[in-house]
Unconditional design. Structure first.
Length: 127
């Protein structure tokens, strides 16, 4: 993640990606997120973000927590990539002997049991 109004944060992405490549499982889910896309003081263009994401063959999204633009998109991307990762059992991410995706049933992930979907009895003080 970097801020579009902070060139230095964009330049640090290469360092963080090198750390991920070196230390994380080979197929860890990665997304390049540009924050503050609502800023009037843009130092890093979307085109630059896309180009950097293409360099690492990862997805790119611009977000703004101020106005809510795209803040949910990275979560959906991760969920989509996670389902794809699970489908291909041979690509399960591992740390040493432990597999992070042990014994997952893809249908269970897509359709949660009804008890997980129940609404809380009291969701707020006005209920």
């Amino acid at each position: 993640m970097y801020s579009v109004d902070d060139r230095k944060s964009f330049e640090k992405v290469q360092f963080w990606m090198s750390q991920v490549i070196e230390k994380a499982p080979k197929n860890v889910i990665k997304i390049l997120v540009a924050s503050k896309c609502d800023s009037e003081n843009v130092e890093v263009t979307a085109k630059e973000g896309v180009k950097l994401a293409e360099t690492y063959k990862i997805r790119f999204v611009e977000t703004s927590s101020k106005d809510g633009t795209g803040v949910d998109v990275p979560f959906y991307m991760i969920a989509e990539d996670f389902v794809e990762l699970i489908k291909g059992e041979s690509t399960a991410a591992t740390f040493g002997e432990k597999t992070l995706l042990n014994n997952f049933d893809i249908d269970e992930i897509r359709t949660p049991p009804p008890q997980r979907m129940k609404k809380p009895q009291f969701c707020c003080l006005s209920c």
